[in-house]
Design a binder for this molecule. Structure first.
Ligand code: NAI
Ligand code: MG
Length: 496
């Protein structure tokens, strides 16, 4: 097995990797799209297409859902929980064995630095490992109905679970949806983003090699309109997990509503990072930098609003800007501190926010411009950007930018910080930096967010439930609660 460095060298030399999957993965095999159309995926680090994949349509979706239904009824729902666990466990093992190639594919397709892609692949393996262990611990309940009666419940799989996946964390999001769905006994039709289709396809093929019966997990690639929409609207789909933008999430929910299909929506964020005067300053600086510049800020849970106590403000912002300016940019394969953004459209969207802000007279403390890979002069890059002195009602503070842009607001004290933090249409995550135990936990209670990180942004892993409130969506992924998203309760009451 080649190391990531060897795969990276091949990719660097040739611009791609050999043996990239070109078809959908349906019914346990790669297959060409029924409409015979292909489309290209771009390498954001060069802004050039690097591989072709299937451009599916509703006919491919119908075939995959049909397959998933058959596999659900004929095998998977009745496969013993322990056996499901063994298959998921082998999948985790295979992901680890093939991590180098998966990481380089992810790096090429999404643009993210190789080290981050390697972390995402480790996370994907961990998701399968975690839910492998949960399969045979999914227990029901009994009810005290009195003499002569027996009441009990158990968790049934919902059925066919669709996964609509975004481009920012392709393999990680695929794994955190597919693993619990399979663990619960559901079958899956996944639709990766058209910007990043490849690792979901490779994952489906790995699952087959791990022993997953044919048809239990299919992947159909193509655009949102041509594949995502018919999947969300399909009456044979019993559950939809969607991660992406608020506008598309609303459309998915409406389409699912026509069939009364359940949904989990993991949508946008504008998450606050509250830095109080008594924090560990170095830790806070590291945390704030990572929260907004990891994956070039293209994270639903990015810490994109710094809310800092006035006494710390000036020195902290100065250090933050120096740190932001020192971040190396470049093609993901060279492992810079920050890679490109994922697409020309995303770059234009980020640049648009900053241009409008400049016109309003907002001061950009550092960054604020498009740029290129300094080594090749190519790619879709945006400078790490800090915007200080932001009014609470400014567009930059209100809207999800989904790029390396941090806004800064000054708080007079913890109560003021809390008010600023909660003043958002989003409520996905929140960060708190303080050494005051009481203040930390008071804020954790009062912050409107699905999860709160104290003194380490992004702390936790697959064990911790994740999801949003308000326009950030509803339902929880990860953790044992994520498993229950794919279950429905069957209760039985009997007289004897
Ligand atoms: P999107 O929400 O449209 O795409 C996410 C997924 O939904 C992709 O797989 C896409 O093909 C699919 N999709 C698109 N239209 C669909 C439809 N009508 N029915 C079903 N599925 C559909 O997001 P997009 O256009 O890639 O990015 C737009 C903005 O959304 C970004 O600038 C960013 O602000 C935000 N975004 C947020 C994400 C998050 O994790 N919260 C992830 C991706 C984007
Ligand atoms: Mg791509």
């Amino acid at each position: 097995m080649l190391s990531s460095q060897k795969f990276a060298a091949v990719a660097m030399r040739t611009g791609t990797l050999p043996d990239m999957p070109r078809g959908h993965f349906v019914g346990g095999a790669f297959c060409g799209p029924i409409g015979r159309r292909l489309m290209e995926s771009f390498d954001p680090g060069t802004a050039e297409p690097f591989a072709e994949f299937a451009r599916g349509d509703s006919a491919d979706v119908y075939a995959a859902v049909e397959c998933a239904r058959r596999a659900f009824e004929s095998t998977w729902r009745d496969t013993a929980a322990a056996e499901r666990g063994r298959i998921l466990s082998r999948a985790a093992q295979l992901i680890r064995e093939e991590a180098s190639r998966l990481a380089v594919v992810e790096c090429l397709d999404s643009g993210k630095p190789l080290a981050e892609a390697e972390g995402d692949v480790r996370g994907a393996a961990r998701a399968f490992e975690y839910y492998a262990g949960a399969c045979d611990k999914l227990q029901g309940d009994t009810f005290p109905l009195g003499p002569g009666y027996l009441g009990y419940s158990h968790h049934e799989p919902v059925g066919v679970a669709a996964q609509i996946i975004p481009w920012n964390y392709p393999i990680a999001t695929a794994a955190r949806g597919i693993a619990p769905a399979l663990a619960a006994g559901c079958t899956v039709v996944a639709k990766p983003a058209e910007q990043t289709p490849f690792t979901a396809l490779l994952l489906a093929e790995i699952l087959k090699r791990a022993g997953l019966p044919d048809g239990v997990c299919s992947v159909v690639t193509g655009t949102g309109a041509e594949v995502g929409a018919p999947l969300a609207a399909h009456p044979g789909v019993d559950h939809v997990t969607f991660t992406g933008s608020v506008a598309t999430g609303i459309g998915v929910m409406k389409a699912a509503a026509d069939n009364v299909t359940r949904v989990v929506l993991e949508l946008g964020g504008k998450s606050p990072v509250v830095v109080l005067a008594d924090c560990d300053r170095q830790r806070a600086l590291d945390g704030v930098i990572g929260a907004i510049f990891e994956n070039a800020g293209q994270i639903c849970s990015a810490g994109s609003r710094l809310i800092i106590e006035r006494v710390l403000h000036d020195g902290f912002i100065e250090d933050l800007c120096r740190r932001a300016e020192a971040l190396t940019l470049g093609h993901g394969l060279r492992n810079p501190k920050m890679g490109p953004v994922n697409s020309a459209a995303q770059l234009a969207r980020i640049a648009g926010f900053i241009e409008r802000a400049r016109r309003r007279g907002v001061t950009i403390a550092t960054g604020g411009g498009e740029t290129v890979d300094p080594e090749t002069g190519r790619g879709w890059f945006y400078q790490p950007t800090v915007v200080s002195g932001c009014a609470a009602d400014d567009e930059l503070v209100r809207e999800e930018i989904f790029g390396p842009v941090l806004t800064v607001q000054i708080a007079e004290d913890a109560a003021h910080a809390l008010a600023l933090a909660n003043d958002s249409q989003y409520a996905l995550v929140a960060g708190v930096y303080t050494n005051n135990f009481s203040a930390a936990h008071h804020l954790a209670q009062r912050l409107d967010a699905g999860q709160v990180y104290i003194n380490e942004y992004f702390a936790g892993g697959i064990e911790v439930p994740f999801g949003g409130n308000k326009k950030s969506g509803f339902g929880r992924e990860k953790g044992l609660e994520g498993l229950l998203s794919y279950c429905r309760t069957k209760s039985v009451a009997a007289r004897y």
